[in-house]
Design a protein around this ligand. Structure first.
Ligand code: 0X9
Ligand code: ZN
Ligand code: ZN
Length: 276
């Protein structure tokens, strides 16, 4: 299915490129959702983002400015096999659904499978673990394909956003080390601004900081990998809530969560655009 939405969005099998078509090459933001299967609010947000872009382009000045000068690559369900499995068999499944040789345990944690300090900390080499790093970096077709796409478009991709849940955090590199990123102060300032924008809508409180110190040290994540590839604006969102419902966020919170998260994403996008 190749879907053209208002001459602004090209979607192929749900994966969309959002942006006003242009003759000159445009800088881009890459955003993925659904790396972890059970984090259902994440794919909901990517879908919300595409709908907002298509319906507010031309009326909302910030969205119009953004999409006139940038493209947004949206991968709404990174871990599609795992996501399907959470609907059919196990609501709390996290990993991919690939076979592991020599083990009856299934799946790799896709956010431990990227080539960034791979499997050195906060990851397991046991295929039965929820944080199994895989047999090699990029062993999973999902992480390999995303890494290849980002490598191929490295010169145009200016920001990498990856959406998870839950904990209400806005994280940036590094998670594989406690060392601060070279761009730490700018990344922190932008994260604080984005969090303040998010909070302004419904009062939802976010914490921002480097992954290792803010959530836990964990190697092989997509955010650290993208940053080390040279994509400076690399952020991991951990959406609502802080644990009351956790992954089982009720339907009534989808709309407010997506609305507030839009403000943070738009804040980051505006900063990226201003600093091209
Ligand atoms: O552990 C993760 O992959 C993320 N948290 S989650 O609860 N959604 O599983 C946090 C990722 C932070 N970034 C890296 N560890 N690179
Ligand atoms: Zn097709
Ligand atoms: Zn996650």
């Amino acid at each position: 299915v190749h879907l053209l939405l208002k001459d602004l969005t090209l979607c192929i099998h749900y994966n969309c490129i959002v942006g006003k078509s242009s003759t000159s090459p445009k800088p881009a933001i890459f955003m993925d959702c659904g790396i972890h299967a059970r984090e259902w609010i994440s794919p909901a947000f990517c879908q919300w983002f595409v709908n907002e872009a298509v319906t507010t382009y031309g009326s909302d000045s910030a969205m119009t400015t953004l999409l006139n000068s940038m493209d947004v690559y949206v991968l709404p369900v990174f871990n599609i096999d795992g996501y399907v499995y959470t609907h059919t068999s196990d609501r709390m499944w996290r990993k991919t659904r690939s076979r592991n040789s020599g083990s009856s345990c299934i799946g790799t944690d896709p956010n431990r499978n990227f080539d960034a300090g791979w499997c050195t900390i906060g990851a397991s080499s046991n295929p039965c673990s929820e944080t199994f790093c895989g047999s090699t970096a990029e062993s999973e077709i999902e992480s390999k394909n995303v890494a290849n796409f980002i490598r191929d478009n490295k010169s145009t991709i200016k920001a990498y956003l990856t959406v998870h849940s839950y904990s209400q955090l806005l994280l940036f590199p590094y998670s594989y080390t406690f060392d601060l990123a070279a761009d730490h102060s700018e990344l922190l300032t932008v994260a604080k601004g984005a969090s303040a924008a998010l909070t302004s809508l419904h009062g939802t409180r976010y914490t921002s900081g480097p992954g290792a110190a803010t959530i836990y040290p964990a190697a092989g994540g997509s955010d650290d990998w993208a940053y080390d590839l040279g994509i400076k604006y690399s952020y991991t969102f951990e959406l609502r809530d802080t644990g009351y419902y956790g992954f089982l966020l009720p339907e009534s919170q989808i709309q407010p969560t997506c609305e507030e998260t839009m403000l943070a994403v738009n804040y980051i996008a505006a900063h990226v655009l201003k600093n091209l």
